[in-house]
Design a protein around this ligand. Structure first.
Ligand SMILES: [Zn+2]
Ligand SMILES: [Zn+2]
Length: 265
């Protein structure tokens, strides 16, 4: 039995093969010794650590070049060409951003006046081709966009060919997590807290939601109860969201409001 529990939205997808950061303009990181205020590390170990930190940043930030592999829409592409966009062919949204950037600079005057030809957010034409074959694609992107650069040896899902974690894998994981939650919910005895599953004593405050029990449709109406305590609050919030999303009859909703929070049972 599948219980429709709202799942936490997935974190932003990242390729499982570690990527480096590819920059259209030469990466402008500066070593710690140049950016720090005050004295540097006073021990040999501190200086070695700092040198190591600089080295890792230098290796991680690369100047994007044709031939490099990048990730686009979760798929591997090879960069074919990078070209500056002719000045009179800027897309409208870039013109708007440029006008705004210039106005911002005039108002606050931080740093040097931005120049159109070198502005960090200027549009750049990037031609890419799917790695392993397929038609070339023309993209227009901000010069400041950080491309995820794949190494030549990278992993693909044997089943679907996507870069891991592939969509199917993510779905499997989500379904697995849902099943685990469902199983736990199904084991909660009627009358207990639908969050932690423990009993609700007469001295404990609780929150009750009228109407069908959304997490345990097999139980009678009005059995969705939770401890009114901090530890169980996130379950109450999640349930309330789903409960509100249902078409709750006005009378039932009013009844819930009348019961108020922290009703003593
Ligand atoms: Zn797959
Ligand atoms: Zn509880």
């Amino acid at each position: 039995m599948r219980i429709p529990i709202a799942v936490t939205p997935g974190l932003r997808w990242r390729s499982r093969t570690p990527t480096r950061s590819g920059h259209i303009d030469p990466p402008n990181w500066r070593p710690m010794s140049e950016v720090r205020i005050g004295n540097g590390p006073s021990t040999v170990e501190g200086r070695i650590q700092e040198a190591e930190y600089d080295r890792r940043r230098r290796e991680h930030n690369v100047h994007l070049q044709p031939g490099m592999l990048v990730v686009l829409n979760r798929a591997p592409y090879r960069v074919v060409e990078i070209r500056e966009r002719p000045d009179d062919l800027w897309p409208e949204r870039f013109e708007e951003l440029w006008t705004k950037a210039l106005a911002d600079w005039r108002r606050h005057g931080r740093g040097e006046e931005p120049q159109r030809a070198t502005w960090r957010d200027r549009p750049v034409n990037v031609v890419v081709a799917p790695d392993g074959g397929g038609p070339r694609e023309h993209r227009i992107g901000r010069a400041s966009y950080e491309w995820a650069v794949l190494p030549e040896h990278y992993a693909v899902c044997r089943s679907c060919g996507e870069l891991p974690p592939c969509r199917e894998e993510e779905l499997d994981r989500e379904v697995g997590a849902q099943l685990a939650v469902s199983e736990r919910l199904m084991a909660i005895p009627a009358g207990n807290c639908m969050g932690c599953g423990e009993g609700i004593s007469h001295r404990q405050k609780s929150e009750r939601f009228p109407g069908p029990n959304l997490w345990r449709p097999d139980l009678p109406e009005g059995t969705a109860r939770f401890h009114a305590r901090g530890e169980c609050a996130h379950w109450v919030d999640r349930y309330r969201e789903q409960w509100k999303a249902q078409k709750v009859p006005v009378a039932a909703e009013q009844a819930a409001l009348d019961l108020g929070e922290g009703e003593v049972l």
